[in-house]
Design a protein around this ligand. Structure first.
Ligand SMILES: *Cc1c(COP(=O)(O)O)cnc(C)c1O
Length: 967
């Protein structure tokens, strides 16, 4: 087709087309929109929105955002901001280290939409590739820590340590409420533990000397936390201490380093009960603090209380090994107000990368890297001693030296910076130096030159290497093998690695193959231009605790993004520190709690939560020590205002807050939301608006304007950060003016406030913030508003088109929905035996990822198309759903048996269709190609339906046995 040239009178602006990204992001064009509106029966998009969004809450004025710019212009502008970060060579350590991301992993995972656009693996059959990678991660953590079971990632090391604290509290026999921390933990870990302990009445005792430590262990405690090697680098033998801890019926929690454990006796071999840490240095750049996959491993008895996601090995209907998420009944979405952790989105993509780093290097490669780091450290130490700076701590170290530099501390640190090097200043008069995989001979010499006094000759590497020095104590040398499974010993050439990565991603369905219409999760476009900046060295290679003067680019990014998000939400203040929605909830509730306390109303501890809420809401409330009172929903799915009024009255004196989701998780704009906010305020309570559904609000209505006091956003839903197969996320916490003083601070990074750190790093998952920045910059006010309106349009189109096949459960009085719709499948059980899950699995045969299954209403599917899908793709989905409804009708009519039909047997594998006799009462063609288009483009499920019960009964969470693996 020939393009018609622009009209000769086009303005220069139109020719330049600054808004050119908007139609790249929004999949519906003007012609499609007109057609869709006619089906819905509305005259214009504006009329549709006016009939859906209650006029009482419509925005008073548009968002004040910079006008949209092109992809190229946005990248150029961000490059200037990135350039304000100064990338020095960092030897700060403290949990963050230089690493080389292998190119094959960088390009084929971190930069590959097949991996980064995948969803959390709730639909096991289409997630086998990423779950194999996660099982590799779990196996790697188990092997290196010497523990029997590990989960599939935690948000960061500090929050993992805090979760270990509560896991210990509920698992040990000791009745104590005291936890003892070795003073030589990373300071951010201490800070986050303190933040998390306070609201649940746990006393934190920090032991800053050997005497204090011994006295603390002799006293009352339920757990003690040790860092191994310590933050200062010291490698101690903790065996006797662990025995003393166990004698108190208490738990030994160990924070550790995976690279060090390739050489050191693992904590599991000296009695640790829970082991946590961060896998960052296995290939993930420092990124100013995240995202990285932290980990948690524990003893077998604790596994049913282990927080976070756990991938297990089960079997499919054909008896073949199959991965799926295990022990889901532990999780917040099931346990709700009885939950002990609120983790939902975790750090899947970084966990996949860390696991692949281990697969690529293998045990020998990892060991060589670790030995090199250890040798450079020993050489550095010798040379420094020769220059007059003896390392402290018993002459033990893996990668970190602490030097008592006394009054010279500041001048040496300043000299280091002048030579392009950051050292860590600690405990007033010490300097710490941490080496890593990227360290070279030249680096060691550079560090010597910083410490050498004028004219002092520098040591020579060769001389210092004489006798192959080691600072790892003989008694702590590891003797046990690790990573013996074939997966860690096979893919060591780049060709083999490339094909392994490809073979896994080929098993999975991500946004690069089809729409993922997941209600509440907003699987929209993650544009390539948005992804490009995250690996720029100016963002990727920054240490989170570098001096503020070097982090100016991040500071500007933080400031602009917060300003823009304030515009989008109507709030006065925002913190980007929370690294998932759940963490934003936690920070928001802490702010409310601190607010009440500041007014002498610490007794306000009741949190009202409607029954339709997402599981993280009651779980977060529980974690900040609030008492959850569930309020009812009425027939239409709205908050039951009479019940709410009664509960407000009943708890008036003690009301802390309400947590609502808006528009509701039922996919409806409740008209009485303003009234609801006023009611809660009139009883002295605050209103928490869960912002997961902001994709229905941006540019149209603002929670900070219609009565909300606090919200979290999910930048990994509304603002284009990809899901990564279940993380990373960013969950900014947004508040109104009087709550701004209670946003989380970060004393470790020099920002002490009333509420302490809730994440290890001051900007949380800082390195993915450029994604949301790019999105807002390229869309501007008009683009963002159009995105919201189109998302609502598309949801209404699907709801209308499927009305006669799968009715929408909840709608407003005029029949419209918000940006998602719940398809009601509940009557099908009676008529055909078909459950929503069967439809979800049958959709796989049609090449789709299922919508959200059974949330918030059991046996329903919640569909959220987002603005990014084209009408073509919406029609493909609608056609599939209608065809599936026809299949169900055949069951209802008795033409197909209830227990043997294309739905119950879905998904169909190629193997099942090709092998042996076909004895089903329907054809192979119907099984595989129910609509003709599938003959041109077919996704084949690699396994049949997974048996969940078998997997939980026979819990196995490591790499499958070698016989199965190789078959
Ligand atoms: C996704 C979601 C959350 C939790 O956010 P995470 O980033 O997964 O922690 C909370 N509430 C609702 C309604 C959600 O959809």
């Amino acid at each position: 087709m020939l393009m018609s040239p622009p009209a000769p009178v086009a303005s220069l602006e139109a020719l330049e087309n600054p808004g050119e990204f908007i139609p790249r992001h929004i999949g519906i064009d003007a012609a499609d929109e007109a057609l869709m509106l006619s089906v819905i029966g509305e005259a214009s998009r504006a009329a549709l929105i006016n009939s859906i969004v209650p006029r009482a809450i419509a925005r008073a004025k548009p968002m004040d955002l910079p006008a949209p710019v092109t992809e190229a212009a946005a990248l150029a502008e961000l490059k200037v901001i990135a350039g304000k970060n100064q990338v020095l060579k960092s030897f700060i350590g403290q949990g963050y280290y230089g690493t080389h991301t292998p190119g094959v992993i960088l390009r084929n995972i971190l930069e590959n939409p097949a991996w980064y656009t995948a969803y959390t693996p709730y639909q096991a059959e289409i997630s086998q590739g990423r779950m194999e990678a996660l099982v590799n991660f779990q196996t790697m953590v188990c092997d290196l820590t010497g523990m029997p079971i590990a989960n599939a990632s935690m948000l960061d090391e500090a929050t993992a340590a805090a979760e270990a604290m509560t896991l210990a509290r509920r698992s040990v026999k000791s009745k104590s409420q005291r936890i003892v921390l070795a003073g030589d933990l990373h300071p951010q870990t201490i800070e986050v533990i303190q933040t998390r302990a306070a609201p649940i009445g746990i006393e934190v005792l920090i032991a800053n000397s050997q005497q204090e430590w011994e006295a603390a262990l002799a006293g009352d405690l339920f757990a003690a936390v040790i860092q191994y090697p310590a933050s200062s680098g010291w490698i101690a033998d903790w065996k006797a201490d662990v025995e003393a801890i166990h004698a108190k019926q208490a738990a030994a929690i160990v924070a550790t380093d995976l690279l060090a454990l390739t050489l050191l006796t693992p904590p599991g071999e000296w009695g640790a009960d829970i082991v946590v840490g961060n896998s960052q240095r296995f290939g993930m750049p420092m990124g100013a603090g995240g995202p990285h996959a932290a980990f948690m491993a524990c003893r077998d008895e604790f596994k049913r209380s282990l927080p976070g996601r756990l991938v297990g090995v089960s079997v499919d209907v054909h008896g073949k090994p199959a991965y799926r998420l295990a022990l889901q009944t532990r999780e917040q979405h099931i346990r709700r107000e009885k939950a002990t952790s609120n983790i939902c989105t975790a750090q899947v993509l970084p966990a996949v990368i860390a696991s692949m780093y281990a697969v690529y290097h293998g045990p020998e490669g990892l060991k060589r890297i670790a030995q090199r780091v250890a040798r450079y450290t020993a050489i550095l130490s010798r040379g420094l001693a020769q220059l007059g700076y003896a390392a402290t701590h018993h002459d033990t170290a893996f990668d970190t030296l602490s030097l008592h530099t006394k009054e010279a501390t500041n001048s040496i640190a300043a000299r280091a910076v002048s030579k392009g090097v950051n050292l860590r200043k600690a405990w007033d008069e010490y300097l710490c130096i941490s080496l890593d995989e990227t360290t070279t001979r030249a680096d060691v010499e550079l560090i010597w030159s910083i410490f050498a006094k004028d004219g002092q000759p520098l040591p020579s590497i060769a001389a210092m290497d004489e006798g192959r020095p080691s600072l790892i104590p003989e008694s702590q040398l590891r003797t046990s093998p690790y990573l013996t499974h074939p997966v860690f010993n096979t893919h060591h050439s780049e060709t083999a690695m490339l094909r392994y990565i490809r073979s896994l991603s080929d098993k999975d369905l991500a946004l690069d193959r089809s729409m993922i219409p997941l209600g509440s999760c907003t699987m929209k476009l993650n544009a390539t231009s948005e992804m490009i900046p995250i690996t720029w060295p100016e963002f990727a290679n920054m240490h989170p605790f570098a001096p503020a003067s070097q982090l100016q680019g991040y500071a500007e990014l933080d400031q602009q993004l917060r300003d823009w998000l304030c515009q989008a939400t109507g709030y006065a203040g925002i913190s980007l520190q929370p690294n998932a929605g759940s963490q934003g909830e936690y920070a928001g509730l802490l702010a409310i709690k601190a607010f009440h306390e500041s007014r002498g109303e610490a007794h306000r501890n009741i949190c009202l939560i409607p029954s339709s809420a997402h599981g993280t809401n009651p779980a977060s409330a529980q974690m900040v020590g609030l008492q959850v009172v569930v309020t009812h929903c009425d027939e239409q799915g709205n908050v039951d205002m009479d019940d709410l009024r009664a509960k407000c009255e009943q708890h008036s004196a003690n009301l802390s807050c309400i947590m609502i989701t808006y528009p509701s998780t039922h996919g409806v704009f409740e008209t009485q939301v303003k009234e609801l906010c006023e009611l809660v305020h009139s009883h002295g309570g605050r209103v928490y608006v869960d912002g997961a559904n902001m994709n229905a609000l941006v540019g149209v209505a603002a929670p900070g304007e219609f009565g909300g006091d606090v919200s979290h956003l999910n930048l990994h839903k509304t603002f284009c950060i990809p899901h990564g197969g279940g993380g990373p996320g960013v969950g900014p916490v947004c508040v109104v003016e009087d709550l701004v003083p209670f946003l989380p601070g970060h004393a470790t990074a020099g920002d002490a406030r009333k509420v302490g750190a809730i994440s290890a790093a001051p900007l949380g998952n800082a390195a993915v913030l450029p994604i949301s920045w790019m999105y807002i910059r390229m869309m501007g006010e008009s683009g963002l508003k159009a995105a919201t309106e189109t998302a609502i349009l598309s949801a209404n189109y699907i709801s209308t088109r499927l009305r006669d096949h799968f009715p929408t459960l909840y709608a407003s009085a005029n029949g419209h929905v918000a940006h998602e719709c719940i398809l009601d499948l509940r009557s099908l059980k009676e008529s055909s035996g078909v459950m929503a899950e069967d439809v979800a699995k049958r959709l796989i045969d049609y090449g789709f990822h299922a919508p959200t299954l059974s949330f918030p209403v059991p046996n329903t599917l919640m569909v959220e198309p987002t603005e990014s899908e084209s009408l073509f793709e919406l029609e493909r989905f609608i056609d599939a759903m209608i065809a599936i409804r026809e299949e169900i009708r055949q069951i209802e009519d008795g033409r197909l048996p209830q227990d043997d039909n294309p739905l119950k047997n879905a998904p169909h594998t190629a193997e099942a269709l090709l092998s042996g006799e076909w004895s089903r009462p329907y054809s192979r063609e119907l099984a595989a190609y129910p609509v003709p288009a599938l003959r041109r483009n077919k996704y084949w499920s690699p396994i049949g339906r997974v048996d969940n019960v078998y997997g939980d009964r026979n819990l196995f969470c490591s790499c499958v046995p070698v016989e199965d693996y190789e078959s």
